[in-house]
Design a protein around this ligand. Structure first.
Ligand code: CO8
Length: 261
């Protein structure tokens, strides 16, 4: 059940089928403390299960999407504690959301902030956004996908540059390098992300989930296995009402009415 309010995020439904989760710890530039993660998992799990929700947008503030893991919370932790609690493992729940997700990044997306954005299916950015993996400056390395998802997005040399120097890249370069799908003027970003999310939410949800699952599987598979999985999932969609409806609507030259079944 969705709570009426959360301490660290603001939840809204700005358009039919769209959930907007706004990180809201402005004084700490949305540093990703444990309580914020709990809120984010709670709300995103609710929308992931909800039949009404077809796309989840995650955003921050104008100044920061998120400036990383909460350094103040982490600073004095010991190995035995972080190892036995498997610190950051719960972030896997965000990557495991089955509903399509969009990260709308204004301002800083650093460390865990950049990693959270990379867990989403599509990243869009405001023109003043800045991305970086500055963990090296703290004597550590990225801990939530920065060494794994970043290289798949931008390639080895650029990922190494970011992880080893801690240098930030701006939105224009992030788009050129393939980290970001689109860049918009900062003040339009959230509206544009909601518009994109509305478009996704207007499709067959079952087909969207199948597309997401199949695209993501490519990270784990050989080309041959991936193509076989794609074909099998394609075949399986012929068991859905939405395939019958979508193709009939095309033939009859009308809009499809999805039942998400
Ligand atoms: N953790 C805790 N507090 C933070 C963080 C953070 N990551 N980032 C900023 N803050 C706080 C500051 O301490 C400051 O608080 P206060 O007013 O109480 O001193 C407030 O936010 C405002 O920050 P600044 O005064 O520093 O603002 P500036 O505009 O001068 O600078 C920067 C903005 C450049 C973003 C700067 O704040 C900065 O460098 N932040 C740290 C960035 C960083 O190193 N991030 C990586 C963190 S490590 C990490 O993410 C490990 C990833 C593991 C996976 C995590 C999954 C979630």
């Amino acid at each position: 059940e969705l709570k009426t309010s959360y301490d660290n995020i603001i939840v809204s439904t700005p358009a039919p089928g769209v959930a907007l989760l706004q990180l809201n710890r402005p004084k700490a530039l949305n540093a990703l403390c444990d309580a914020l993660l709990d809120d984010l998992i709670h709300a995103s799990t609710h929308f992931d299960k909800s039949e009404e929700c077809g796309c989840i947008v995650i955003t921050g503030s104008d100044k920061a999407f998120a400036a990383g893991a909460d350094i103040k919370e982490m600073a004095t932790r010991e190995f035995a504690e972080v190892y036995s609690q498997n610190m950051f493992k719960q972030w896997g729940s965000i990557a495991a959301i089955e509903t399509p997700t969009i990260a709308a990044v204004n301002g800083f997306a650093l460390g865990g902030g950049c990693e959270l954005a990379m867990m989403c299916d599509i990243m869009v950015a405001g023109d003043k956004a800045k991305f970086g993996q500055p963990e090296i400056n703290l004597g550590v390395i990225p801990g939530c996908g920065g060494t794994q998802r970043l290289i798949r997005a931008v390639g080895k040399s650029k990922a190494m540059e970011m992880c080893l120097t801690g240098n930030m890249i701006d939105a224009e370069r992030a788009e050129r390098d393939g980290l970001v799908a689109r860049v918009y003027p900062a003040e339009e970003l959230v509206d544009q992300a909601v518009k994109m999310a509305s478009k996704i939410a207007s499709k067959s949800q079952i087909a969207c989930k199948a597309a997401k699952e199949t695209v993501n599987a490519s990270y784990e598979m050989s080309m041959e296995e991936g193509l076989r999985l794609e074909r099998r999932i394609f075949h399986s969609l012929f068991a859905t009402k939405d395939q019958k409806e979508g193709m009939a609507a095309f033939v009859e030259k009308r809009d499809a009415k999805w039942e998400h079944k």
